[in-house]
Design a protein around this ligand. Structure first.
Ligand code: PEP
Ligand code: MG
Length: 577
């Protein structure tokens, strides 16, 4: 019998493959008393589990491809070292002896003790190391509970051709999927604007989120169909359904071939106005795909991905080398390097932070607090600017005092580089992301101190409408066409125009062809998106007339309370100019 689960499609494409369920969630550990004569057996069981955990990690280590973009190898290495550490191995043995308890309970006692030490640490980065402890302990616990699927990430599994079904996937885990040949994924949690979803689109892996009931209804190993456009996962499909989806796969390929034909064409409107189409990248190697798209440059380089899946952050030299490699690949086209936007769902080891970390110490707030990490990045970006056009972009500004601090820091960094006779471009462009409603409303103040603005709609919508972009329960409220969002975008575009500086958009809204005409009519002239969306947006630009769109969009913005915006946008899109 066939079964269809619906969710939110976040990355288009159809995949047919074997379900591979990744168990998640906390492990329930119960205490049980061990009789004195069985204590040594319990210790042997515990040490055996540590050994199995080590073998699993070594198996993963062997599977890491040499060309992996992030330093996954050293991330695994850290976990292996932890398995040799007395804190995780010797102390639980002592606790088994002392409390006459089961190995699982001893490990839990030790975990709680270690974690409480980490949580008292002042350094935010070190505090997040606590999650490494949890990962390693969970691995041992799963072996002990015999519930860990030995093949979960291990040697024997062929991840090729599998469709991953998980409770949740962090951005760090998603990056690894690509290297493991995974065809598609579905998660129970998450929203279309989560970084995991954004990554899926840029990796061109069909994906869906908010798929409730995955673990209850789907069996590991059964054949499933995932439609990342419609957000449907089907198990037990009959031949007819399978044929239908195979046909959809062919159509998708055909569509891609047609869009590929647009690659070489310039992004000009019907009457010849040029629109700048830029690409968003997460990792330096994304630039290869971008180079094939004929984009006008990179409008958003999310540098935080360089800091993920590794025990130590990259130092100045490593960052510098990385940025220079991207600049060189761009051959004179501009690279917009966004300073670290860590925090919220983007933690170095992939775990998400506290529940409303989106309002907490993230992005520029974290950088200004943690200058020992921020300054090397500023130095690396400035030094890289000597090799080609670089635009330095600051995320999540909420008031101009933050901006003043950043500008002062950049200035100090330039002076230091000069003193050390290290080259940089003195006129490197500095831009700010408008992602907080307060910043949009005061965009004119920001514009007067900056060379460009870039609207980050993913966060702007989240903060304007008070909806967590990761929470699928409130996803239905996520609305780029909400009048409040449109007004904030318009204020920002107008502020940039008045100050004579360019305004770009680099949130997902920029890459959705459904909104291209609306944004053109609002006066946006630079769009930055995942490279896979470039041709589709270009296609819309080719058929649009900005002169015709401006009055129509103005009328739409003047009458937003009528609740007809989606319909009016639809009409804009159907119009032939
Ligand atoms: C945004 O918020 O729109 C944006 C581009 O930044 P990120 O998605 O990385 O938070
Ligand atoms: Mg953002």
């Amino acid at each position: 019998m066939s079964l269809a689960l619906s969710g939110i499609g976040v990355s288009r494409g159809v995949a047919i493959g074997k379900a591979h369920i990744i168990l998640r969630g906390s492990i329930e550990v119960l205490e049980s008393a061990i009789p004195a004569h069985l204590i040594e057996d319990e210790i042997t069981r515990f040490l055996g589990a540590v050994d199995s955990a080590r073998q699993q990690l070594q198996a993963i280590q062997k599977r890491i491809p040499a060309n992996t973009g992030v330093d996954i190898a050293s991330f695994i290495e850290t976990h292996l070292l932890m398995l040799d550490d007395a804190t995780l191995v010797t102390t639980p043995v002592d606790l088994i002896r002392e409390h006459h308890c089961n190995a699982e309970w001893a490990l839990k006692l030790q975990r709680d003790a270690v974690v409480s030490v980490f949580e008292r640490m002042d350094d935010a980065y070190l505090r997040t190391r606590r999650d490494d402890i949890d990962h390693v302990i969970n691995r041992i616990q799963r072996v002990l509970l015999d519930s860990y699927q030995a093949d979960e990430h291990g040697e024997n599994i062929a991840m090729d051709n599998t469709i991953i079904l998980a409770y949740d996937l962090t951005p760090a885990e998603t990056v690894m999927l690509e290297h493991q040949g995974v065809k598609a994924f579905a998660t129970e949690c998450g929203g279309p604007l989560s970084h995991t979803a954004i990554l899926a689109r840029s990796m061109q892996i069909p994906a869906m989120v908010g798929t409730h009931g995955l673990q209850r209804y789907i069996h590991d190993g059964e054949t499933v169909i995932l439609d990342g456009l419609q957000g449907v996962l089907i198990a037990g499909a009959d031949e007819q359904t399978l044929d239908y989806y195979r046909e959809q796969q062919q159509k998708e390929l055909q569509r891609q071939v047609e869009l590929d034909r647009l690659v070489e064409t310039p992004a000009v409107t019907r009457y010849g106005t040029t629109v700048r189409l830029m690409a968003n990248i997460e990792l330096p190697e994304d630039i290869d795909a971008v180079s094939r798209t004929n984009a006008n440059g990179v409008g958003l380089y999310r540098t935080e991905f360089l800091f993920m899946n590794r025990p130590e952050p990259p130092d100045e030299e490593e960052q510098y080398d990385c940025y220079v490699s991207v600049i060189e690949a761009l051959k004179g086209k501009p690279l917009t390097i966004r300073t670290l936007d860590m925090g919220a769902d983007k933690q170095p080891d992939g775990n998400t932070g506290c529940s409303n970390s989106a309002l907490g110490l993230r992005a520029i707030r974290l950088c200004l607090k943690n200058r020992s990490q921020f300054t090397p990045q500023l130095r690396a970006i400035l030094r890289a600017s000597a090799h080609g056009p670089v635009r330095l972009m600051v995320p999540m500004l909420s008031n101009t005092s933050e901006l003043q601090q950043v500008l002062a820091l950049i200035n100090d960094t330039k002076i230091a580089l000069q003193r050390e006779s290290l080259a940089f471009a003195p006129d490197v462009q500095i831009g700010g992301m408008i992602e907080v409603p307060a910043a949009a409303l005061t965009a004119a103040d920001f514009a007067s101190h900056l060379d460009f603005l870039s609207i980050g709609t993913n966060d702007l919508i989240q903060y304007t409408l008070a909806i967590d972009r990761l929470d699928d329960e409130v996803n239905y409220l996520y609305d780029p066409l909400h009048p409040a969002v449109l007004r904030l975008i318009k204020i920002t575009i107008d502020a940039g125009k008045a100050a004579g500086i360019p305004v770009a958009m680099c949130g997902e809204m920029a890459g959705d062809p459904h909104y291209t005409r609306l944004l053109l009519g609002m006066g946006l002239s630079e769009f930055s998106m995942h490279h896979t969306a470039l041709s589709e947006v270009k296609n819309v630009i080719h058929s649009s007339s900005i002169a015709a769109l401006i009055p129509l969009v103005q009328e739409l913005l003047d009458n937003t309370c009528a609740g007809r915006i989606p319909e009016q946008v639809e009409l804009l899109n159907q119009n032939s100019f």
